[in-house]
Write a protein that binds this ligand. Structure first.
Ligand SMILES: NC(=O)c1ccc[n+]([C@@H]2O[C@H](COP(=O)([O-])OP(=O)(O)OC[C@H]3O[C@@H](n4cnc5c(N)ncnc54)[C@H](OP(=O)(O)O)[C@@H]3O)[C@@H](O)[C@H]2O)c1
Length: 299
């Protein structure tokens, strides 16, 4: 069996990928390496017999050591968004280290339509995809749609007030669960598709704000009214809530991207890679209805 390394193993996606490699695809712990900036965050993986290695995309020499002896590498994109350009530099560092270390197949978590996306961080993903192609390494790019899980940051508050302010307009967005993204990544690591391929991972439907709100409402039994605002108005509200500028800009740009139709993309790539159906937003909300309920959240 090829040796597989997952970066960002302390993060939510990285952890789920490793769980799917073990539980869904039946890999032995000895086939895996879990890598993180801080391996002390991985005690339960070490306890399973999985080798842990330190991998920080700000440290190229350390990355070459971490990637040595590995056949297939999953690069989980970092969450470094506060400093423009830093994330792309980190990813390029990881790709260069992968090449030096002799990685045989590279898998990367990107985003839908990075070439025309209005989202502030789209250039990071586009630049990383280009760097992977330029490296000459065999690759699979997984363009993960916006997670269902992202709604958990705002929906409890929206449901408490009964109002969701959005600048999505009449645009549609196809989401997918983080766990399904992890399952697809694990599938690719176990059995990489032949040739260099790019997949866009989405669930089976693309929804308007009203359709998303109706699903949240049905799951929780709480009314939720969608109020359409401009990007500037949304930015004012988010700043007023105390969010840092780079987060405000990112959230407003994401809504603008929906409004422009760039997230209105449904594919069957998840099913192709995993032979299973993606979880719908309805089922995701149903499974999270306790956490979404404002009373249960103490809001
Ligand atoms: N599609 C979406 O809707 C969506 C939503 C949120 C995030 N994302 C992207 O997908 C990635 C994984 O999502 P998630 O939910 O697992 O996010 P998360 O739980 O916030 O994890 C952040 C990840 O970034 C890694 N990281 C940060 N700095 C790093 C560095 N210097 N070197 C190496 N790794 C570094 C962390 O690895 P360690 O802590 O193990 O070092 C961790 O795996 C995120 O980092 C982000 O790029 C996508």
């Amino acid at each position: 069996m090829a040796r597989i390394l997952v970066t960002g193993a302390a993060g939510q996606l990285g952890r789920s990928v490793i769980r799917h490699l073990l539980d869904t695809y039946g890999l032995a712990p000895a086939d895996l390496v879990a890598a993180s900036r801080n391996t002390t965050k991985l005690p339960e993986l070490a306890a399973l017999g999985i080798e842990t290695r330190r991998a920080d995309f700000d440290d190229e020499a350390g990355l070459v050591d971490a990637f040595t002896g590995i056949d297939r590498l999953l690069i989980v994109s970092t969450d470094e968004l506060a400093v423009p350009g830093k994330r792309l530099t980190q990813h390029k560092t990881a790709i260069a280290a992968a090449k030096t270390a002799g990685i045989r197949h590279i898998v990367y978590t990107s985003m839908p339509n990075p070439d025309k996306s209005l989202v502030t961080f789209a250039p990071d993903h586009l630049g990383t995809e280009e760097a992977i192609k330029e490296s000459g390494l065999p690759y699979t790019i997984l363009r993960n749609a916006w997670y269902h899980d992202n709604y958990m940051m705002s929906m409890p508050h929206n449901l408490q007030t009964g109002t969701w302010y959005t600048a999505m307009g009449t645009g549609r967005i196809a989401n997918i669960s983080r766990d399904d993204c992890a399952r697809a990544a694990a599938a690719v690591l176990v059995d990489p598709p032949i040739g260099n391929r790019t997949f866009t991972l989405t669930s089976a439907e693309s929804l308007t704000a009203e359709e998303i709100a109706a699903r949240a409402s049905t799951a929780t039994g709480k009314p939720l009214n969608v109020v359409h605002v401009t990007g500037d108005q949304l930015a004012e509200g988010l700043k007023g809530a105390g969010l840092p500028d780079f987060v405000v800009n990112m959230l407003v740009s994401a809504d603008a991207n929906v409004a422009a139709g760039n997230f209105d993309l449904v594919t069957r790539d998840f099913e192709t890679l995993t032979d299973t159906k993606p979880q719908s937003l309805t089922d995701f909300f149903e499974g999270k209805k306790e956490q979404m309920n404002p009373e249960k959240q103490g809001l």
